[in-house]
Design a protein around this ligand. Structure first.
Ligand SMILES: *[C@@H]1O[C@H](CO)[C@@H](O)[C@H](O)[C@H]1NC(C)=O
Ligand SMILES: *[C@@H]1O[C@H](CO)[C@@H](O)[C@H](O)[C@H]1NC(C)=O
Ligand SMILES: *[C@@H]1O[C@H](CO)[C@@H](O)[C@H](O)[C@H]1NC(C)=O
Ligand SMILES: *[C@@H]1O[C@H](CO)[C@@H](O)[C@H](O)[C@H]1NC(C)=O
Ligand SMILES: *[C@@H]1O[C@H](CO)[C@@H](O)[C@H](O)[C@H]1NC(C)=O
Ligand SMILES: *[C@@H]1O[C@H](CO)[C@@H](O)[C@H](O)[C@H]1NC(C)=O
Length: 826
C-alpha cells in the first residue's frame, strides 16, 4: 500500500496536494480521488466524495449539496456495492470507466460503459451531474458529448434538469429508487418513473405493484395531481417523441434549492425545498396526496371522493358489484352499470359526463392528438369495448382524443381533474351529454348553491364550536381535576408512542392496514417492531378537546380493565394527531358475523347467549363498577370486537368523553351515536344517561338474536323496524319467530324468550321504565320471573340520512337535521 501511494505521489504530486487542499475539480487516470478528499463543482454547488450514512460501517461514493449543512446526498455511485473500509479510491480505468477500488485495488464498482474517447476526464457539473467526457471538449455542457452521466442512473433524487423517463432508442429507463432506509442507500423496492404506453403516466410502485399514478399528461400536468398549476417555484416539462419520453423540471428562481425525493420509510415521493434561515428541508408536496391517491382503492367504476363517507362511491349510473362487500368497505370488486347497457342499440347506448375526474388508468387506451371531441365520441361508439372518452389536452381549450377500453380503473375526483364521458345506457344518462353546454351552466349553478350552503353550515359550526368551547373551558376545573386527584394515587404509566413509531407500524396508515372506520375516526392495524399486533385509532382532528384533558382521559380509560373491554395499550399525541392504541382483535367486530349470512353460521345460540351476557357485564362495569361511570353513548354491533374464542370486547368506550363530549348526565347539544341504536330521549332531546346505553343494549340484543339490523330492516307488511317487529311478535305470543334462521337448531327456546323479554324491557320508552345493567345481568342469568314489557319506544326517521353517521366530528353531529318522530305501536 505504501509503495502504491508512493508511486502515485511520484508519478503525480498533485495527488498528495489534493489531499491537503481537500478538493479537486476533475478525476483523471493520473489523478484519482482518495477516501477523504472531495471533488467540487466549478461554482461550488455540489460536492462528490466518500461518506458513511448514519451508523453504517459502509463507505459510499456520493454527491451532495456543498452549501447545505445538513448533508443531503442526491446520488450514490456504489449504492449496491458498498466499500467495507476506508482504503478506497475513485479512479479512471484504462478503458475510460470510472472505477471504485478497495483494499489491494480490488474492483468494487464501475460505470461499466463502452467508452471510445482518447482522453477521458470525470467532472462534476454545477447541476449535480457527474459526467465522463473527452478532456479537450470545449462545449463541455453539451449532453451529446458525455460518454457517461450520473443523470442517466438516478438514485432517490430528481434534481433540476434531470430527465425521468425513457430513451426509446437505447431502451434506457431512468427512474427513481428509494434508499432502503436513511442509513442504507442500497436500492429499496419503492420506485417512481414513467410507465410506457399509448399515453405515458408517472407512476410510483411498491415492488412490482403499482401504488400511485398521476394520470396522463394533459398539457398542463396530470389530471390527478394538485398543486402543479402555475407556481413561482418550478415548472414541469413533458416531452414525448420518437426518441424519448420524459418529464423534467426547472426551478424558476436560481437561488432556491428544491428537489424531488423518494422515501421508502414514508412511502412518499416528496418535493422538498431548502429553507436557509431555519436550516431545514420543508415539504412542498407529497405523492400520494391522500388515501384516494392509492392505486385503484375503489375498484372498477368506483370513484374515490376524499370528503365523502365512505370515500368510495360508485360513479353515477353504477352500483356496487357486491353490495355486501361494498357495505363492509371492501371496495375491491368495484361497481357495475345499474341499468343494462347494450352496445350500439338505440337508447341503450350513450355517455354521461362526469366532471372533475382524474383520468382512468391508461393501460388500455388509445389516443389521437388531432381528433375533435365529436370524432372521439363517434370513434368510441363504433367499438363495443370502448367504455369512455375525453379530451386529451385541456390546456389549450381542449383538443385531442383519449378513449378507454374495458373497465375504468383508479378513478377519483380531483381538483385538477377534467371531463370524462362514461358509456352507459342512455336512459340512465338523461340525455346525451357531449354537447351539453347547458349542463355545464346547470353544474355551475349547483356548485354555487352548494358553496353557499356549505359556507352557511361552516358559519353555524364556527359559532357552535365557539359556544361549545367556552362551555368546556368553564367546566374544566370542576370535573377534570377532581378525577385526577382521585386516580392520581395509582400512578399508572400509560405508554406514549411517538408518531414515527406508529407510522412505521401502520405502514404510514396504508389503506391496506385499515381495519375500518368507526365513530371518531379510522382504525388501522399496526405491527410493532417486536412483532406485536395492535389496532390504532386515529382520532378525527377537529375535536374541541384540549391536549391535557385528552391525555387525562386516555389515562383514565387505560385504567378501565375488564375482560369484556378492549384494552387500551397507549396513545400518541403529536401536533394535530391524536391516536389511541388498542389490543388487536383478529376476529374483527360482531357485525361482520351476525349480519353476514355465511359468517353468522359460526355463531350458534350458546355462543350468542354468551356474547350477550358478556357485553352486559362489560357495560355494567363501565356504568357501575368503575369509579368513573362511563356512558358509552355509541354502543352498537360494530363496536363489539371478538377475540379468538369469540369473547366480546366493547371498544370505543370513553371516546365520547375524550373527544370533548360532556359526560355529565343531562343535556347535550352534541349527539354522539348511531341512529338505530339511540334512545328516543337522546335522539330527540339530547338527554343521555346510563339508561340510554341500556336502550342501545336492547337494540343490540335484538340484532344478535335476529341477525337483522334495526336501522335497515323494514318488515314489508307493517313497515315496522326491528323493534316494532319484535314487539308485534311478542304481543302475538310468537316471540321465538324473531330468531335468525341459522340459530333454530342450536336454540334453547326458554332462554331465547327470556332474552327477548329482557331486550324489550331495555327498550322501554321512558328511561325510568328500563332496568339498569345490574338488573339486566341478573335477569339474563337467573330463572326468576320478569315483569311484562310495555310498548317500547322506537323511532322512525322521516328523512333518511345515509350511512351510520360516525358523529366523531362536531359537524356531523350538531348539524344533522334529522327529524325523528316517535310512533307508538298500536
Ligand atoms: C491484500 O494484500 C496483502 C499482501 O499481498 C494480503 O496479505 C492481504 O490478505 C490482502 N487483503 C485482501 C483483503 O485481499
Ligand atoms: C457490464 O456490462 C456488461 C455488458 O453491458 C454486462 O454483461 C456486465 O454484467 C456488466 N457488469 C457489471 C458489473 O455491471
Ligand atoms: C424519510 O423520511 C423520514 C422522515 O422525514 C426521514 O427521517 C428519513 O431520513 C427519510 N429517509 C431517507 C432515506 O431520506
Ligand atoms: C428568489 O429567491 C430569493 C430567496 O428566497 C428571494 O430573495 C428572491 O426575491 C427571489 N427572486 C425572485 C425573482 O423571485
Ligand atoms: C387522427 O385523427 C386525424 C383526424 O381525424 C386523422 O387524420 C389521423 O389519421 C388520425 N391518426 C391516427 C393515428 O389514427
Ligand atoms: C376495439 O378496440 C380494441 C382495443 O383497442 C381492439 O382490439 C378491437 O379490435 C377494436 N374493435 C373494433 C371493431 O374496432
Amino acid at each position: 500500500m505504501a509503495l502504491f501511494l508512493a508511486m502515485l505521489v511520484f508519478s503525480n504530486p498533485l495527488v498528495f496536494f489534493s489531499q491537503i487542499s481537500y478538493a479537486t475539480d476533475t478525476i483523471t487516470q493520473s489523478q484519482p480521488l482518495l477516501d477523504g478528499s472531495t471533488l467540487v463543482s466549478k461554482e461550488g454547488t455540489f460536492e462528490l466524495g466518500f461518506f458513511t450514512p448514519g451508523n453504517s460501517p459502509n463507505h459510499y461514493v456520493g454527491i451532495w449539496f456543498k452549501n447545505i449543512p445538513m448533508r443531503t446526498v442526491v446520488w450514490v455511485a456504489n449504492r449496491d456495492n458498498p466499500a467495507k473500509d476506508k482504503s478506497n479510491m475513485l479512479s479512471l480505468s484504462k478503458d475510460g470507466n470510472l472505477i471504485l477500488l478497495g483494499k489491494n485495488r480490488s474492483l468494487i464498482w464501475s460505470t461499466n460503459a463502452t467508452i471510445a474517447v482518447s482522453n477521458p476526464v470525470v467532472q462534476l457539473l454545477d447541476n449535480g451531474n457527474l459526467v465522463i467526457r473527452e478532456e479537450k471538449d470545449d462545449n463541455m455542457d453539451n449532453e451529446e458529448n458525455f460518454v457517461w452521466q450520473s443523470f442517466d442512473y438516478p438514485c432517490d433524487t430528481q434534481l433540476q434538469g434531470m430527465k425521468l423517463g425513457w430513451n426509446l432508442k437505447t431502451g434506457l429507463n431512468r427512474y427513481l429508487t428509494a434508499w432502503k432506509n436513511w442509513e442504507d442507500p442500497s436500492s429499496g423496492d419503492f420506485t417512481s418513473g414513467l410507465k410506457l404506453g399509448t399515453n405515458p403516466e408517472l407512476v410510483i410502485s411498491k415492488g412490482s405493484n403499482e401504488y400511485y399514478r398521476s394520470g396522463p399528461w394533459n398539457g398542463i400536468f396530470s389530471s390527478g395531481v394538485f398543486g402543479f398549476s402555475p407556481n413561482p417555484l418550478f415548472e414541469y416539462k413533458y416531452v414525448q417523441n420518437e426518441d424519448e419520453v420524459y418529464v423534467r423540471y426547472t426551478l424558476k428562481n436560481s437561488s432556491v434549492i428544491s428537489i424531488i425525493v423518494l422515501n421508502q420509510t414514508l412511502f412518499l415521493r416528496q418535493r422538498i425545498t431548502w429553507i436557509p434561515h431555519t436550516r431545514t428541508w420543508s415539504v412542498y408536496q407529497s405523492l400520494p396526496q391522500d388515501s384516494c391517491d392509492v392505486y385503484n382503492v375503489c375498484g372498477a367504476y368506483g370513484n374515490c371522493m376524499i370528503n365523502a363517507s365512505p370515500v368510495c362511491q360508485c360513479l353515477e349510473g353504477f352500483k356496487p358489484k357486491s353490495p355486501q362487500d361494498w357495505n363492509q368497505m371492501d371496495w375491491t370488486k368495484g361497481c357495475v352499470r345499474s341499468e343494462p347497457w347494450s352496445c350500439g342499440v338505440k337508447n341503450k347506448d350513450g355517455f354521461r359526463l362526469i366532471a372533475g375526474m382524474k383520468m382512468p388508468d391508461t393501460t388500455h387506451s388509445w389516443i389521437n392528438r388531432s381528433m375533435t371531441l365529436e370524432d372521439c365520441k363517434a370513434k368510441c361508439l363504433k367499438n363495443c369495448s370502448c367504455t369512455a372518452f375525453a379530451n386529451m389536452d385541456t390546456g389549450g381549450g381542449g383538443s385531442g382524443c383519449s378513449i378507454w377500453f374495458g373497465d375504468l380503473v383508479d378513478l377519483r375526483i380531483s381538483e385538477s381533474g377534467q371531463d370524462l364521458y362514461v358509456r352507459m345506457a342512455i336512459s340512465g344518462t338523461g340525455k346525451d351529454n357531449v354537447n351539453a353546454d347547458a349542463k355545464h351552466k346547470h353544474l355551475k349553478k349547483v356548485v354555487l348553491v352548494v358553496a353557499i350552503t356549505v359556507s352557511l353550515v361552516l358559519l353555524m359550526l364556527l359559532a357552535f364550536s365557539y359556544i361549545y368551547m367556552t362551555k368546556t373551558k368553564y367546566k374544566e376545573n370542576g370535573t377534570w381535576t377532581e378525577e385526577k386527584d382521585d386516580g392520581g394515587q395509582e400512578n399508572l404509566e400509560l405508554p406514549f408512542f411517538d408518531l414515527a413509531t406508529i407510522i412505521n407500524a401502520t405502514n404510514n396508515f396504508s389503506i391496506d392496514n385499515k381495519l375500518g372506520e368507526g365513530g371518531f375516526g379510522p382504525v388501522y392495524k399496526g405491527t410493532m417492531l417486536d412483532g406485536h399486533e395492535i389496532a390504532v385509532k386515529r382520532l378525527s382532528k377537529s375535536s374541541g378537546q384540549g391536549l391535557k384533558e385528552f391525555k387525562n382521559e386516555v389515562i383514565l380509560c387505560a385504567k378501565l380493565q375488564h375482560r369484556n373491554l378492549v384494552k387500551v395499550l397507549g396513545c400518541c399525541v403529536e401536533g394535530e394527531e391524536k391516536m389511541l392504541l388498542y389490543e388487536y382483535m383478529p376476529n374483527r367486530s360482531l357485525d361482520s358475523f351476525i349480519f353476514d349470512p355465511a359468517q353468522s353460521k359460526l355463531l350458534d345460540w350458546p355462543t350468542r347467549f354468551n356474547i350477550l351476557c358478556a357485553i352486559a357485564r362489560g357495560l355494567l362495569y363501565l356504568h357501575q363498577d368503575s369509579r368513573l361511570r362511563i356512558i358509552h353513548r355509541d354502543l352498537k354491533a360494530s363496536n363489539i370486537l371478538l377475540d379468538n374464542n369469540m369473547n366480546p370486547k366493547i371498544s370505543d368506550f370513553g371516546l365520547a368523553k375524550m373527544c370533548g363530549g360532556d359526560q355529565v348526565e343531562g343535556n347535550t347539544n352534541r349527539i354522539v351515536g348511531t341512529y338505530g341504536y339511540m334512545a328516543p330521549e337522546y335522539a330527540i332531546d339530547g338527554l343521555f344517561s346510563i339508561k340510554s346505553d341500556v336502550f342501545s343494549f336492547g337494540v343490540l340484543l335484538l340484532e344478535i338474536i335476529s341477525g337483522k339490523k334495526n336501522r335497515t330492516v323494514t318488515y314489508e307488511e307493517h313497515s315496522d323496524n326491528l323493534i316494532g317487529h319484535a314487539w308485534r311478535l311478542w304481543k302475538e305470543g310468537i316471540p321465538e319467530q324473531l330468531i335468525d334462521a341459522s340459530l333454530v337448531d342450536s336454540c334453547n327456546i326458554s332462554e331465547l324468550v327470556r332474552c327477548i323479554q329482557v331486550g324489550l324491557l331495555c327498550l322501554q320508552h321512558h328511561p325510568e321504565d328500563r332496568p339498569n345493567m345490574t338488573t339486566v345481568v341478573v335477569m339474563l342469568s337467573s330463572e326468576n320471573s320478569l315483569s311484562q314489557p310495555k310498548v317500547p319506544g322506537f323511532l322512525i326517521k322521516n328523512i333518511s340520512i345515509e350511512g351510520e353517521q360516525p358523529c366523531g366530528r362536531q359537524e356531523s353531529c350538531s348539524t344533522n337535521e334529522v327529524t325523528v318522530s316517535l310512533l307508538n305501536a298500536r
